[in-house]
Design a protein around this ligand. Structure first.
Ligand code: HEC
Length: 245
């Protein structure tokens, strides 16, 4: 009885220890060597795929249907995606929460900020979705997230040819681009504002420089005038106070 209690207490600790050992001994995973460019085409295409393949299990609570307009969805496309939900509704999980919990033993995480939450961002998401493979037992596993409870929804591990794999990689790139956009929808706007801010600061710098030159010019003039006055005083031998009066 006692040993059972001890084991219950000790096992998670041992687990944590062996996990940290795995990391210490280079258990860290290599991410794919790709760049994820959130171009408007990629973001829109990715959104379409996420709406079709991810939102049954995952919510994107910070993204609302009306936001899809910003990435090029037409009203018609949004209406098709939202069904009876409002334009101001968030992208909610399609499945009932108890049902997903029963299926996976946990609630799949919200994806709106996932690209910010994981080291590597979009590259992590790309790597994760293309890291599914069949292990020696014929079970699906994931080399980026071993033992992940998410199924291989993009069917990467079932691709039977290189061409098919490449096709899925391209799709997954779009998915990742969309999730990068979703984690910071105002990034593009901010960048364009940034250009104006920098132009404004440059203009201010020039103006201040000109102003400084003017101020110092008058200082120089005054100094020269004082110098001249002093020389004249010396020459005439008079007292400065009387000469000024
Ligand atoms: C059938 C349900 C299901 C679908 C569909 C699904 N996922 Fe998941 N997903 C999960 C579950 C369950 C987890 C939690 C895995 C875990 O922690 O073991 C998860 C976790 C994740 C994670 C987090 C991994 C981490 O590092 O914690 C990402 C990213 C993710 N999913 C992306 C996606 C994307 C993108 C799609 C669509 C292409 C998708 N998922 C579709 C069930 C699903």
């Amino acid at each position: 009885m006692r040993i059972v209690k001890f084991m219950k207490f000790a096992m998670p600790l041992l687990g944590a220890l062996s996990l940290s050992n795995a990391y210490a001994s280079g258990g860290h995973v290599e991410l794919a060597d790709v760049t994820i460019e959130p171009t408007p085409q990629a973001v829109k295409a990715g959104a379409q795929i996420v709406l079709e393949n991810c939102v049954q299990c995952h919510s994107l609570k910070y993204i609302k249907y009306r936001h899809l307009k910003e990435i090029g969805f037409t009203q018609e496309e949004i209406d098709k995606a939202r069904g009876d939900k409002g334009m101001n509704d968030s992208l909610e999980r399609g499945m009932d929460i108890n049902m997903v919990r029963d299926m996976f033993g946990l609630v799949p995480p919200d994806l709106s900020l996932m690209a910010k939450a994981r080291k590597g961002g979009g590259v992590y998401i790309y790597s994760l979705l293309t890291a599914f493979h069949q292990n020696e037992n014929g079970d699906t596993d994931n080399s980026v997230f071993p033992g992940i409870r998410m199924p291989d929804v993009m069917s990467y591990s079932f691709a039977s040819s290189e061409a098919e794999k490449e096709e899925i990689q391209k799709t997954v790139k779009d998915v990742s681009a969309f999730l990068v956009w979703a984690s910071d929808p105002n990034a593009a706007k901010r960048e364009s504002i940034g250009v104006y801010v920098i132009a404004y600061l440059l203009l201010l710098t020039v103006l201040y420089y000109l102003l400084k030159k003017r101020i110092w010019a008058t200082v120089g003039e005054r100094q020269a005038a004082e110098q001249k006055a002093k020389q004249q005083e010396k020459a005439s031998g008079s007292h400065p106070q009387t000469s000024e009066a």
